[in-house]
Design a protein around this ligand. Sequence first.
Ligand code: F6P
Length: 300
Amino acid sequence: MEYLEHYLQRLSVKEDLQKVILAFQEAGREIARALQSSDGSKAGTKNIYGEEQIALDVFSDEVVQKFLKQCGVVSLIASEELPDQMNIGPGHYAVAYDPLDGSSLVDSNLSVGSIFGIYEDDHFIGLKGTDQVASGFLLYGPRLTMMLTVGKGVSEFLWNSDLGHFILLRENFRIAEEGKMFAPGNLRATKFRQDYVELMHYWMQEQYTLRYSGGMVPDINQILVKGKGVFTYPGYEEAPQGKLRLLVECNPMAFLVEQAGGKATDGFERILEKKIQNISERTPIYIGSKGEVEKVEKSL
Ligand code: F6P
């Protein structure tokens, strides 16, 4: 049995980076506890994307902020729930995160998650996803798990509440070149995009298995755990960049999936090569098995 702390030491992760990752262990524990008894009530506020915040969005953001401040090595944060990036101290890491991705699924009691991407820098603008030194997510499902990469493959940890630690469950995840599983986001785009309709038909004709939860964290987790499949979230005329955010959602997921041998693009460019121009910019994303992503790129 290996604790997350010991795993990070075994991989010779820099001590300060360990502190940032362990801040997410602490945040995950608190957010998971709050989720257990949440009534899904609204906060009465909206985030910068105009999405209604539930009380738990605001709470989760405060929890992550608290632990990132406490760890003492983070200077800058960007959160899906904050209007702008924020300086929090004198450290040398910049952390982008979505404290509760998919929070509109809480009242339906579906799985949700927290996503993070860590940069050893004092700014985000001008960097690329390839500059991340670690990324991961916490998944609040029937179990609390963490998927993590520090650039040396992908590992999964399971929360053990008796021990009060994340325990290594599995490492060296590999995503197969092909795999008949699809998670088609933004199907509303089919009204305007015949190419997306045709791609849907292809998946159905070829008897792909549909696995779409409405939450990016469980959907990407599934591709990693099953080792195959593709997740798509295209744009269309009204919203050409789709909905998903480059900094807090797509970059961390792309780093994880590439580390497991998969691929992530916006249809033209590797997600991790996109220069960050704005902390709230969005991007279309096609991510998962390399061969499946390439089929999508050809179709769309
Ligand atoms: O960005 C939040 C999010 O909930 C993602 O986790 C998910 O993939 C996506 O939105 C779902 O979007 P839609 O509501 O368009 O299905």
